[in-house]
Design a binder for this molecule. Structure first.
Ligand code: ZN
Length: 468
């Protein structure tokens, strides 16, 4: 790659060239779902950003080890399981299965590890013990808390001022606002009706923040290259992760922090009460194409707020269709040679721009723009002098590169059974025209038009595409 990868690091607030700690290998931790319900499109936007990140790192020649935790014990999962009167495991299993189904539907590549928090309780207890040995904790009513005053770097990620913390003021809930900055809970004392583990810290269960630190360090080591999440994770979750991890190890926990902005729906915050709350299932039930949903959710660079609208989803579907139509035209048009054919260098220029977009802090809008410029050039060439063999080989490589990261080529761009049936009708029409049987040729065109198939009679023969 000509351009080095650069990321805007939340920690330093600067755009920095990316260099992994170990050359060629990336240790990536991505905060995963709390498995207490179906993921909504705002969550999915973050998971898709992480998929683009993972695929971009790989496309730039890096070997990625990605960990995504499954938070199967926290305030929310416990409450959900209790409300249904089933075990925490049975309750969270259901949503873990649904989560993976959603990832597959949206073509999200699998991480190397999906640890469940409840499988790492001994490591969490061990981390608290290390913190205690180093004087960063205290116990109160059977719970263990992290004393923020013992960690001078507290607040560096989120920009909060730790001096405003009243000594001894504590917070027990997993999620809280900046106004509530206090010593946070590492290990929660057992409560009646809640799952609990016997441990050296007394009977209880881990706090949410502790889970991520313990699993990240257990699977990736004390220092990670990249840690990601949504902007709402910056405080308190990631601030607390840094404090727990660095206070225990004495080494930097994460070099590069990346955070995806919120998604809003038709300009409004998504909320069940507003009737604008959507899961992937909701959109699929309305007949929307998963590839178009993927396209829309990755089309806005992750650091910008994404306004999800149904107009936008239709535009995304048209974008996907345009890619499929162009690839189909290309597949059915014989190679041309000579003057005016699309040159390999023009393809290279587009793909260079595509790579530069991704290298620029995953600027997916720029990368998609380059893809559409390429589609325009291909269509112009197919309308005119054609594309020669070298140009085609370059295009194959270019579209493979697009598939490797953005992955928004429609499934039907390959030849389906339906495509083959259309091919047969188009061939029959060509034969009819040759035989000057215009009644039959017009009838075939009309029949295909009803099915949304448009025919173009080009100098290289008849090609077809689906109506966008
Ligand atoms: Zn996390």
């Amino acid at each position: 790659m000509s351009e080095p990868l650069r990321f805007l690091n939340t920690l330093t607030r600067r755009s920095e060239p990316f260099e992994p700690l170990e050359p060629g290998r990336v240790r990536l931790y991505t905060c995963g779902p709390t498995v207490y319900n179906f993921a909504h499109i705002g969550n999915l936007r973050t998971f898709l950003f992480e998929d683009v990140l993972r695929r971009t790192l790989a496309a730039f020649g890096l070997h990625v080890t990605q960990v995504m935790n499954l938070t199967d014990i926290d305030d929310k999962t416990i409450k959900g399981a209790a409300a249904e009167g089933i075990s925490l495991r049975a309750y969270t299993d259901r949503y873990i299965e649904a989560f993976f189904a959603d990832l597959d539907t949206l073509r999200v590549q699998r991480a190397e590890h999906y640890p469940r928090a409840t499988d790492f309780v001994p490591q969490m207890v061990g981390l608290v013990q290390r913190l205690t040995e180093r004087g960063h904790t205290y116990e109160q009513d059977g719970s263990t808390y992290f004393r923020i005053a013992t960690f001078p770097g507290y607040g560096r990620l989120s920009g909060i001022d730790p001096d405003q913390v009243r000594p001894g003021a504590r917070v027990d809930s997993d999620e809280y606002e900046k106004e509530d900055v206090r010593d946070f809970v590492l290990w929660k004392a057992a409560k009646p009706g809640e799952p609990a583990w016997e441990s050296a810290l007394g009977p209880g269960r881990p706090g949410w923040h502790l889970e991520c630190s313990a699993m990240a360090m257990a699977l990736l080591g004390d220092s990670l290259d990249i840690h990601t999440g949504g902007v709402d994770n910056i405080f308190p979750h990631h601030e607390n992760e840094i404090a727990q991890s660095e206070a225990a190890t004495g080494v930097p926990f994460v070099r590069t922090w990346l955070h995806a902005e919120h998604l809003v729906v038709e300009g409004q915050k998504m909320a069940k009460s507003l009737g604008n709350f959507f899961t992937l299932r909701d959109l699929l039930e309305r007949g929307h194409d998963p590839v178009a949903i993927r396209y829309l959710l990755i089309s806005v660079p992750y650091r910008q707020k994404l306004n999800f609208t149904f107009d936008g989803l239709h535009a995304a579907a048209a974008g996907v269709e345009r890619i499929g139509n162009t690839l189909r035209r290309l597949a059915y048009t014989p190679a041309a040679t000579g003057e005016g054919a699309l040159a390999a260098s023009e393809v290279d220029a587009c793909i260079g721009e595509y790579d530069a977009g991704l290298a620029d802090d995953l600027n997916t809008a720029r990368a998609l723009g380059a893809v559409h410029t390429l589609l325009t050039k291909v269509n112009q060439a197919l309308d005119g002098a054609g594309i020669d063999g070298a140009g085609r080989a370059r295009l194959d490589a270019a579209f493979a590169r697009v598939g490797a990261v953005l992955d928004v080529v429609p499934a039907q761009a390959g030849r389906s059974a339906e495509d083959a049936a259309i091919d047969a009708l188009v061939a029959e029409r060509t034969a009819a025209r040759k035989a000057r049987d215009f009644a039959r040729s017009d009838a075939i065109r009309a029949e295909l038009a009803v099915r949304g198939i448009i025919l173009d009679d080009t100098p290289h023969g008849t090609v077809w595409h689906r109506e966008a």
